[in-house]
Write a protein that binds this ligand. Structure first.
Ligand SMILES: Nc1ncnc2c1ncn2[C@@H]1O[C@H](COP(=O)(O)OP(=O)(O)OP(=O)(O)O)[C@@H](O)[C@H]1O
Ligand SMILES: [Mg+2]
Length: 412
């Protein structure tokens, strides 16, 4: 991209400023900041020493007037001074970071990124005219959210001592990639699970039967203990295999589903298990219409997610500060699962726990991936399968202190 002009045009044109060329031929003369400061000086001289009614001051709040047009752009924009300090942040950047313009302005811009060094070099390079515009990909740190991948463009402004930084969020792209990966992953999982479960199930019956026969034959108590271990472990494996096969076996029971009934059921089940120290907050959009689906499957899916959250919240629950939020919303014109939907249901299950362990964050929907002592790593695989059977998808956004599992299901 070419160098970005930072328009010096401030508030309104001065009364004495030459009118723009009405014929349209040739560029309109740029307003001169020097005139405006002259006028201000003149005004100051003309003011009486004792002022009864103070002259109206220019509004102190809001962005510097010359940067105001940036507020209308969806691109995230910051203007930084030669020392890398932000002197302007536009509304889109404010939104993306979730912090006020005031808090951004005055801070070192590079510190807003996960790897500040590259940005520091880029700002220094733009200042020394080492390049017209430098482009690179980086990550914007966001309090209470995962970092936002962005494409950064760093260029010198018209006024030599300022650098304009544009950030184009790549989230849309990465989200789509991530969703496509999830769908492919789920498909591969399904095949693998079904085949593996059948392979285990068949010999398992034989092992258990043989152990039972052996138990009838042996007389020594010590030996019976061994056969009991075999039977017990075979039963445990049988339960696991049944769980693995459940989503592939169960015939669907399709009826009208009210998502809030699903949430309420999950809420009471979770509260029955964690009666103290856990608050389950409802944040429902009651205008969400009913849709056709398998109610029991959806209860199981949401319960698996909520149950994980409650388990992860153990330290908070012990302190009486566990919080689980069930939030429902309608999303319009959304794309997930490679399809665009006019309307979709979004159900967020949010907890204030420690977050999904980083080392398994990318794999939690895989079967047998668990970060928990004694966990079988099937809860989320099953939940994802059930939601996908409703043409939906589950996504996870997790940072310490805030984990948000979002179920998206198309609405009619
Ligand atoms: N809300 C959460 N906060 C923190 N970690 C989570 C959360 N939800 C899931 N996890 C992590 O993801 C892992 C996988 O979850 P999943 O439900 O698939 O398996 P599991 O809970 O280990 O076993 P189970 O089959 O009994 O559900 C969990 O072990 C946990 O480490
Ligand atoms: Mg689980």
């Amino acid at each position: 991209m070419a160098r970005l002009p930072v328009s010096p045009a401030g508030g309104g044109p001065l009364a004495t400023a030459p009118a723009a060329d009405a014929s349209g031929a040739g560029p309109a003369p740029a307003p001169k900041p020097a005139r405006s400061s002259l006028l201000k000086k003149l005004k100051r001289i003309r003011q009486p020493a004792v002022v009864e009614a103070p002259a109206p001051k220019p509004a102190p709040a809001g962005p510097l007037p010359q940067f105001q047009p940036f507020d209308m752009l969806a691109t995230l924009i910051a203007v930084v001074r030669s020392d890398g300090v932000v002197c302007f942040a536009n509304a889109a950047l404010e939104d993306a970071l979730g912090i006020s313009r005031k808090a951004i302005e005055g801070s070192q811009f590079a510190d807003l990124l996960t790897v500040p060094e590259i940005m520091r070099h880029a700002i220094a390079g733009a200042q020394t005219n080492a390049f017209a515009a430098l482009r690179f990909e980086t990550m914007l740190r966001r309090p209470a959210h995962e970092p936002l991948p962005v494409h950064a463009i760093v260029a010198q402004a018209e006024r030599g001592n300022e650098v304009v930084i544009e950030l184009l969020p790549l989230e849309q792209q990465t989200r789509q990639d991530r969703e496509e990966r999830l769908i492919d992953q789920a498909q591969a999982n399904k095949e693998l699970i079904r085949n593996l479960a059948h392979e285990i199930k068949n010999p398992l019956g034989g092992i258990r039967g043989a152990a039972q026969l052996l138990q009838m034959e042996v007389e020594s108590r010590d030996l019976i203990e061994y056969t009991q271990v075999i039977i017990h472990e075979a039963d445990r494996l049988q339960t696991l295999v049944d769980r693995l096969l459940a989503p592939h076996r169960k015939p669907h029971v399709i009826s009208d589903v009210n998502i809030h009934e699903v949430c309420e059921r999950v809420r009471s089940l979770v509260l029955a298990e964690f009666p103290r120290g856990l608050q389950v907050v409802r944040d429902y959009d009651t205008s969400i219409p009913e849709f056709r689906g398998d109610r029991e499957q959806l209860i199981q899916a949401v319960l698996n997610i909520a149950h994980n959250a409650a388990q992860a919240l153990a330290p908070q629950i012990a302190e009486g500060e566990g919080r689980l939020t069930l939030r429902t919303r309608i999303a319009r014109q959304v794309t997930f699962g490679r399809q665009r939907y006019r309307l979709a249901l979004e159900l967020h299950v949010i907890d204030n726990g420690p977050g999904v362990p980083e080392e398994i964050r990318d794999r939690i929907f895989y079967p047998l991936v668990s970060g928990r002592e004694g966990g079988s790593g099937l809860g989320l695989t099953l939940a994802q399968t059930f939601v996908q059977q409703h043409h939906g998808l589950i996504e996870c956004d997790s940072v310490p202190g805030r984990t948000d599992f979002t179920l998206m299901i198309p609405l009619p």
